[in-house]
Design a protein around this ligand. Structure first.
Ligand SMILES: [Zn+2]
Length: 497
């Protein structure tokens, strides 16, 4: 499977696959059908884009939204991939130009709407391509649309059920972020994916660093935390509407761009604040726990909880709104044992049945055990969700293993000592040293390991070259276009001065 990894590194500039990506990709490249359930921001589209490129022929992607097609095709073209789309908003001339490229086998990916796929003209082109093994796969994005249970059922999706018969040995992959059992069954039936392998993605969010502090001077602790996130978008969860108001006002008085959000606000104020959060940069939204449902803002850099949630499910859902773009993000909680006492009273004095009370207390106990644990937080969270995991190296307990006698209310810090050791260990010339220092600086400010900035192999290759251009960097394994555009300027400046 070297080829897929090479594509990932060269085209996308990522060092390695995340989560289920490589399993799905291996399976589809080998010709298998797949049903993939992955949450937003986990790199769903790579699961069909890379097999489209790794296999011979063009990948046909059925996508219900024009805007989504346009975004993806634009992003692929920027990476040098031969991708096009066909949708109803194009001129006839534009359509013909794309169809010609498609028919001549000049495309890696073609994005089409389900309506387009059902047309005779398009079917004719597909038939011809198929005769010469010219179709690498069919991908059905937003596959929940195929289900009557989905929110936006599209009758033309039903036509997709013919694909299995018409093009029997072309792999089909259905991808969706949301699918309950009923929707899942519908997808399998409609697309005849009975033989397909189902991939349900892990709960793991490797880019999320967790930290818990014991409440002391909360304002001071919180300000220290916020100092690491100056100018970044974040969400602060409070338990009471009144606290939301107070915290938002206090943040504004500290010159932080903050806005409140809770059910007690007038509709227009709430909408205005939400729009501000979505559209302006660096807004801190202070909210009760209901906020965030259906909000898709990928570059939320932190979620802070001013109080313990009632369960790890709640915790996971709330902090999961940070870092959906896959870039490093921070989950921070200020814990006070009074919260637990209050919840416990609340549960026990409620009208719930004995069984319900038992479940709620058990969930609360699990959350408390996690908060008080001295081992890796991410691994603990994953174990709770039934997954095995290794220590993350980024949570507070990993970075600074707590003294069992006295747990310091400290902030998360990257493992500076390890990074410093790495530089010292390298007997390198001045340029290399400068590049290494820069790499450490970038790693520290981005809260990622150094290899994520510039892997050792790429560093060695750079040092081996006499001359280097931006183009060289873009084509270098471990760098790729994305990293070249982010860091290429810095690297060339260091090498050339
Ligand atoms: Zn950890």
């Amino acid at each position: 499977m070297k080829k897929s990894l090479e594509i990932l590194q060269q085209v996308y500039g990522y060092e390695s696959f995340r989560g289920n990506q490589s399993k799905v990709i291996d399976h589809v490249v080998a010709g298998g059908d797949a049903l993939v359930l992955m949450s937003t921001g986990e790199g769903k589209s790579l699961c069909y884009q890379i097999p489209s490129m790794a296999r011979a022929g063009v990948g046909v992607v059925v996508c219900p939204l024009i805007a989504l097609m346009q975004n993806q095709v634009l992003a692929l073209k920027r990476r040098g991939v031969r991708a096009e789309y066909l949708h109803s908003g194009m001129t006839k001339a534009e359509e013909i130009a794309v169809e010609k490229l498609l028919a001549r086998g000049k495309l890696d990916l073609i994005y089409v709407s389900p309506e387009r796929l059902a047309t005779d003209g398009f079917t004719l082109i597909l038939d011809q391509l198929y005769e010469h093994d010219g179709i690498s796969l069919f991908a059905i994005d937003e596959a929940h649309c195929i289900s009557h249970w989905g929110h936006s059922f599209r009758p033309n999706y039903r036509r997709l059920s013919n694909l299995a018969k018409q093009y029997p040995d072309v792999p089909r992959i259905a991808v969706t972020a949301t699918a309950d059992d009923k929707t899942r069954q519908d997808i399998v039936e409609q697309l005849q994916l009975e033989q397909a392998k189902t991939f349900v993605s892990s709960f793991d969010r490797p880019n999320l660093a967790h930290a818990v502090v014991v409440r002391g001077d909360q304002n001071q602790q919180f300000l220290e935390f916020l100092r690491e996130h100056e100018g970044q978008a974040g969400i602060v969860y409070c338990q009471l509407q009144q606290t939301v108001e107070e915290v938002a006002r206090w943040l504004v008085s500290e010159n932080i761009k903050a806005a409140p959000y809770h059910a007690g606000l007038a509709d227009d104020v709430r909408t205005k604040n939400q729009q501000r959060f979505l559209n302006k940069r660096g807004i801190v939204m202070v909210a009760t726990e209901a906020f965030g449902m259906g909000i898709d803002k990928s570059n939320v850099r932190f979620v802070a909880l001013l109080g313990m949630p009632r369960s790890l499910e709640d915790y996971y859902q709330q902090v999961g709104r940070a870092g959906r773009d896959g870039e490093p993000a921070h989950a921070w909680m200020c814990f006070d044992s009074k919260d637990v006492i209050r919840y416990r009273r609340h549960i026990n004095s409620s009208d719930d049945s004995r069984q319900q009370k038992k479940v709620k207390n058990a969930k609360l106990n699990a959350a408390l055990a996690w908060v008080e644990s001295t081992t890796c937080r991410r691994a603990g969270l994953l174990r709770y969700f039934g997954e095995a995991a290794e220590d993350c190296g980024t949570c507070d307990n990993c970075v600074e293993p707590p003294n069992l006698v006295k747990k310091r209310a400290s902030q998360w810090q990257p493992p500076i000592e390890n990074l410093r050791d790495m530089i010292d260990a390298q007997a390198c010339d001045a340029r290399r040293e400068e590049l290494c220092s820069w790499r450490v600086e970038m790693a520290l400010s981005n809260r990622v390991p150094v290899f994520k900035i510039l892997p050792e192999t790429a560093l060695n290759q750079i040092m081996d070259r006499k001359k280097l251009t931006m183009n060289d960097l873009e084509n270098m394994p471990g760098i790729g276009q994305k990293k070249a555009s982010l860091y290429g300027g810095d690297i060339l400046r260091i090498l050339n001065h």
